[in-house]
Each structure stands twice: as C-alpha cells, then as structure tokens.
Ligand binder design. Sequence first.
Ligand SMILES: Cc1ncc(COP(=O)(O)O)c(C=O)c1O
Length: 384
Amino acid sequence: MRHKLNPQVISFTQSGIRKFADEARTIPGIINFTIGEPEYDTPQAIKTAAYSAIDRNQTHYPPQQGLLALREAISAYETKTNHSTYTPSEIVITNGATEGLAAVLLAVLTEGDEVIIPSPMYVSYAPIIAFCKAKLVRLDTRSTDFQITPEALESLITPKTKLILITSPNNPTGVVLNQASLNAVKVAALAHDLFVLSDDVYHQLVFTETFAKLNGDPQLRDRLIITQSFSKPYAMTGWRIGYILADEPIAKAITLMHAYLVGGITTFNQHAAIEALNHDSTPMRDSYAHRRDIGLAALHSMSLPCVKPEGAFYLFPDISGCGLDSETFCLRAMREAKVALVPGVYFGADTNVRISYAISEGELRVGLERLKAFVEHLKTHEAR
Ligand SMILES: Cc1ncc(COP(=O)(O)O)c(C=O)c1O
C-alpha cells in the first residue's frame, strides 16, 4: 500500500545531520561536533518540579493552549526580558519549537504561497513548507556575512510572498542578525503586508549584552509570530516543550492547528517549565561564549575563514580552500581524523561545515587539533 501514501511524506528524507551523527557513534574515540544540544543535564530544580507535579497527580489532560499558570509565567518573563506585551491568551505551549514551527506554518500557508528564508538555514523548515505546497525562496546571505540586505530581500518579494522566516542566533552559523538586517525585514513586511516568523530558540544564548530583536516591536505586533523553546537555555531537549507568541487572532488559529496536531503538552512538563523560567541560564551561556573563542582562534590558526558567531553553539567555517565539497570533507574528517562535523550543504552552503561546540572544553580542544591536522594535510597534499 506504500504507493497510496501521501507522496509529499514519502519524499521526506532522514535529516543529513542524523546520518552523520549515527555513523559518528559507531567510530570508537571520535570527537563528535555534530550534536545540536547542550551537553549539560537539566538543572535539578526543574526535575524536582516535574517529580512534584507527578506526585500531585498533575497527569491529566492539559488545556490545549497550555496551562494558564505557565502562560502567565511566560507572559511575565517576556515582559521582563523583551519588554513585549503578550497576554496569556496570546501564548501557545508547544511540543518544542519543532511542533511550534509546524503549527505556525500549517496555520498560515496555503498552496502556492512563497516563504523567504535567509540561507544557510535550519533543516526543519523546508519539509513543512513543502508539505503545505508552498514555495521556499532562499535568500543567500553568504556574501554579506550572513546578514540580510534590503536589496537582496526586496528582489525576492513577489505578489505570492506571504512570510519571512528568520533565525537569530542562527543554526548553523551562530550569527545574530544586526539591526540593519531586522530593519530590512520590518520594512519589507510592512510594505508588502507579510507575516514575520522569528525562530528565537537561541535568544537566551547570545554572548553580547544587548542585541537586536523584533520581539516587542509595536509596529510588527499584528504580523509577528515568535517560536521559543525550553530546549537550549535550560538543557531540556528531551522534555519537548516550547511556546509561540502571536497577536491574539493569530494565536487562536495556531491553537486550533496545534490542538489537532498534538492535543496539548505533557501536564507535568509544563509545571517543570514554570520552574525553568526562574533558572539563570547565564553560566551556561558564558561557557559557550568561552568555547566559541577557543573554536574561533583554532579556526583562525587553520586559516579557515569563519564569521564570528555571537550566539548559540555553532561555528560555520568556510572550507572551500580545502578543495573538497562539504560532504566529502566531513566523511573524510570523520573516517580519517576521527572528528565528526555536519556538511554545510544540508543547510544550503556546500562551501562550509558546521561545528557544534556544545561539548566539553577538553573534547573541543582535542577535536580542533584533529581538524587542524586534517586541514593541513588537505592543504599541503591535495588542494590546488
Ligand atoms: C533554529 C532551531 N529552531 C528550532 C529547533 C527545534 O527546537 P526544539 O527542541 O524546541 O524542538 C532547533 C533545534 O535544534 C533549532 O536549531
């Protein structure tokens, strides 16, 4: 009966990142730079909140939009952190940002709509856009240090454009969009009556004191949709919990989509999420900033160009000087040098590779040494 299944679903392939991570796990002694999650465990207080919620029998169906207490806590957190004014009825608790993104795209897009996304981009957007029979339009940002220029953005807008999706800090580059990039998005969205979807899952992992963001911009409030997650700042990837912020009519539509997709989010996890909002994630963030510096200095010593990331836990060096495409580079690095990286081609940049430095400092240093030896070998013996 396979031939009767939805061809769109059949066309989905396993994420390339998974493929590399799976092979990496079979190689003894490998240093694994493919992992896109904090190496830390969930803080104890958050786990205790979940145990306690289970003991209190917080195990029944949750409200579809999410527990009111959690939405109130998020509303207060967002006001404090971003000076935004989302009421609990404008917040939807989701199964991580993954489901949040899917619920938003399914609620907004119809066949033939166009979605502009700066590229390189996170791998999970394209399949859902394809599922909606919408068209993904890539805005190649490689020549502008992964920033958006008004000219490049404007040149891609057509009468079918419905949404611009931005990710800052970005996965795979770690780059934070500057004010000029965000202005370009804002101007285009207002001029052409577009939605803006801002995937903010790395917002708490920005290394500078302040940074540009759209959250809280009153002029964009009626068209801005934000996806957030507890996964990265609180080391809660396995809890599968995140949230959406959107103007009330939009939040209502997304809640309907979300209700039919997942019903609601595990009740006791939502109690743990309330506790997570009290947790200070800055020590974790600072440890990533320190490792970013180590990684960047090492890449510099290998003469691999790399735009300085200001957040998340990724470096995205340009390996085009090594004479290999990104998949061959990563396959050989994994098998010959025992260091696993993710080919940039999976994110839309075959000239780069992604290094995730969410591993211990000791492993990071060993992995970078191995990478250096591999790159030097390629440059000396193979690249021309
Ligand atoms: C940019 C980006 N958005 C969304 C997600 C999904 O996060 P979650 O664990 O909340 O589903 C990730 C996970 O790596 C990500 O990198």
